[in-house]
Design a protein around this ligand. Structure first.
Ligand SMILES: NC(=O)c1ccc[n+]([C@@H]2O[C@H](COP(=O)([O-])OP(=O)(O)OC[C@H]3O[C@@H](n4cnc5c(N)ncnc54)[C@H](OP(=O)(O)O)[C@@H]3O)[C@@H](O)[C@H]2O)c1
Length: 325
């Protein structure tokens, strides 16, 4: 029995994936969500049809780096099966906000939710992972300006992460969708860099990233008017925004299989779009830029070497994993 952590598992793709994995034998599914009642409702709903599934909940609010640290500390003390999977799924974009919103850490919300919070979480948990663990960063087709029409308009902007995080300087005037696309680009680059570091340290942990295509039924689309719903499921909209249309169940199958299928046990440092392994954007595959992303994010997340709270990747490994069996 192994534990898989899924962030944002109470709704949308995360919930469908939790449901899919709860039906597989050998997995304890830990829902990492910011809202306890939504998480408990999700667990109850899954248990209705999968009575004997192993499920638990630990609070995680990605808008707070302190919450991310608390989550990692709580999980490392829990008497649960060892950590064998991490699905960094929570994310989205607040299109209705009239102005930029900042987290308690002083970072723009879209950036922290779609990139920095998960970056910190992966760093804090990696030392607790057993051999064979699979880490999956959930990204978006929009990270690649060549892949969608929207991507050509709302192009991700690789550059100073400090500027993006604080919405200043070169990133002061970015549109919400471009902020989201940039955060999703950074998530893929961090996944590549983490894969390179793990391979250099001879760790049997795989790291991949994955995009779902367009899944219009998740939370963002749920409250839309019938007319808007028709628009966002039209082939025109789908080809504008992404690679393909997907149901939540199809997305869960594609994402869940990346975690459990034998086919992917040795696959690492790759990018998947739905069920297909494809090249991610040209920029995302630049190792020097990915290294810069990693180093800038370490500073912003308080993981830089001079920070006493820091758990550098290599020292985390040398302590081995202390996840209770
Ligand atoms: N749907 C698509 O077409 C699409 C396309 C490309 C990429 N994606 C990506 O796929 C992932 C899942 O999206 P989805 O469509 O399933 O979205 P969703 O239905 O809106 O679910 C998002 C999940 O993230 C959680 N979340 C939001 N803010 C959080 C925070 N501060 N801390 C912790 N959890 C938080 C939400 O919790 P609450 O319920 O508490 O808000 C919810 O559980 C996201 O990363 C998204 O960017 C989706």
């Amino acid at each position: 029995m192994r534990t898989v952590i899924i962030t944002g598992a109470n709704a949308g793709i995360g919930y469908a994936t939790a449901r899919f994995l709860a039906a597989q034998s050998g997995w304890h599914v830990l829902l990492a969500c910011r809202n306890e009642s939504k998480a408990e409702a999700a667990i109850d709903a899954i248990r209705q049809t999968r009575r004997h599934s192993q499920l638990s909940f630990v609070p995680l609010d990605l808008f707070s780096l302190a919450s991310v640290r608390r989550f990692a500390a709580v999980v490392s003390e829990m008497a649960i099966p060892p950590l064998g999977g991490l699905i960094l799924n929570a994310g989205g974009i607040n299109m209705t906000a009239k102005s930029l919103v900042f987290t308690e850490d002083g970072f723009e919300q879209t950036f922290q939710l779609n990139f920095l919070g998960h970056f910190l979480l992966a760093n804090l948990l990696v030392g607790h992972m057993i051999a064979g663990t699979r880490i999956i960063f959930v990204s978006s087709d929009l990270h690649d300006p060549a892949a969608t029409k929207m991507g050509k308009i709302m192009t991700p902007r690789f550059g100073s992460m400090e500027d993006l995080a604080r919405a200043i300087g070169t990133a002061a005037k970015l549109r919400p969708m471009a902020r989201y696309a940039t955060a999703k680009l950074y998530a893929i680059m961090a996944a590549y860099e983490l894969d390179r570091q793990l391979r250099a340290a001879h760790k049997a942990i795989t790291v991949n990233s994955w995009s779902p295509g367009v899944v219009p039924t998740t939370q963002a689309g749920r409250d839309m008017s019938p007319v808007m719903k028709r628009i966002i499921t039209s082939s025109w909209f789908v080809s504008f925004m992404g690679s393909h249309l997907s149901t939540e169940e199809e997305a869960a199958l594609a994402l869940g299989n990346l975690l459990i299928s034998l086919r992917y046990s040795e696959v690492s440092g790759k990018y998947f779009d739905g069920f297909n392994q494809i090249p991610s954007s040209v920029e995302s595959r630049d190792p020097a830029k990915a290294r810069q992303v990693w180093e800038q994010a370490q500073v912003l997340a308080g993981l830089a070497a001079e920070d006493p709270r820091s758990v550098p990747l290599n020292s985390a490994f040398s302590h081995g994993h202390n996840m209770p069996r």
